[in-house]
Design a protein around this ligand. Structure first.
Ligand code: ADP
Ligand code: ZN
Length: 293
């Protein structure tokens, strides 16, 4: 089966062809400009590829409510040219195939849960700490959507006692994303994360915020495993610090065999940075099933 996958990001659109086993046969990357410029290039790529369905993991917020008139739209994004843009409608119309749609992080969560380190678990999370912070949540074997979709990067935070940085989120200032995403690290310390590798205080503070968020996710959602991805987690010393902070801030309140084996509980992604695009393949397959019903 030939399937299309689109990872629609704020800076680039990764388009790929794959199959039902999660194999990726080919891919290209197209810069994200305005829809007028970018969408025809995406359509051109997929047009003659004989795909049976397309899956799209998309930056957000997006409308995932099938009963809504704006289902399949990118909605209130700060990227103005893409605001209220009917991305699913345009792709469906141009390609004439089923188009599955979800958030980019839900795509990554789904890729890992189908072919990666959270396979077989009914409840798991994928959190990305990069330019923004987002979380994809699988609960009782399904991606969690609810009223809109989780925006778990905007958890409100208890400030680190030594942190005087006001925070970068335009809505909440000091939420998780506002305190701990890549741009917040850069604004607080005056340098990009990669240039701060040897600054212990930077990563201790970062781990404090990530650990705090994990406590909140664990007490609310009870995931069986948590994946931490995104550029900031490329700092190799982060993972041990995060695990330690998580244990410290949970303070022994929850005791499970999963938490005792914390190296296998809070983990890095397992699919060589293909989790998002592989998740989009699964979204394509799921949409074919949905349209059959
Ligand atoms: P995006 O979130 O845009 O898809 P990434 O997940 O790569 O992309 O995140 C980019 C952010 O992560 C930037 O703010 C960058 O400064 C930060 N970042 C990337 N690599 C590292 C690194 N090795 N150490 C610390 N921060 C990093
Ligand atoms: Zn926020």
């Amino acid at each position: 089966m030939r399937l299309g996958a689109l990872e629609a990001g704020g800076t680039k659109m990764v388009c790929a062809i794959g199959n039902e086993n999660g194999d990726i046969l080919e891919r290209v990357s197209i810069p994200t400009e305005t829809p007028d410029i970018t969408m025809p290039k995406i359509i051109e790529y997929f047009k003659d590829k004989e795909i049976e369905a397309l899956g799209v993991g998309c930056f957000g917020p997006i409308d995932l409510n099938r009963k809504s008139e704006t289902y399949g739209y990118i909605t209130t994004t700060p990227k103005l040219a893409w605001r209220n843009y009917n991305i699913v409608g345009v792709l469906k119309e141009a390609l004439g195939v089923p188009v599955g749609f979800d958030t980019d992080v839900n795509g990554s969560a789904l890729g890992e849960a189908t072919w990666g380190i959270t396979k077989g678990l009914e409840n798991s999370m994928y959190i990305t700490v990069g330019t923004g912070i987002g979380a994809g949540i699988i609960t009782n074997g399904k991606l969690l959507h609810g009223m809109l979709h989780p925006e778990a990067g905007h958890l409100l935070m208890v400030r680190h006692p030594k942190d005087t940085y006001e925070g970068k989120c335009p809505y909440h200032k000091s939420c998780f994303e506002g305190m701990a995403a890549g741009p917040a690290i850069e604004a607080r310390w005056g340098k990009k994360g990669v240039e701060l590798a040897d600054k212990k205080e930077v990563w201790e503070m970062e781990a404090y915020y990530i650990g705090q968020a994990l406590v909140d996710y664990i007490v609310t959602l009870s995931p069986q495993r948590i994946i931490l991805g995104g550029g900031v987690m490329h700092q190799e010393h982060m993972m041990p610090l995060v695990r330690e902070e998580l244990k410290r801030q949970l303070a022994g309140y929850i005791q499970t065999k999963e938490l005792e084996d914390i190296e296998h509980y809070v983990v890095l992604p397992s699919l060589n940075d293909n989790q998002g695009i592989m998740g989009a393949l699964k979204l394509a397959m799921d949409e074919m099933e949905y349209e059959k019903q």
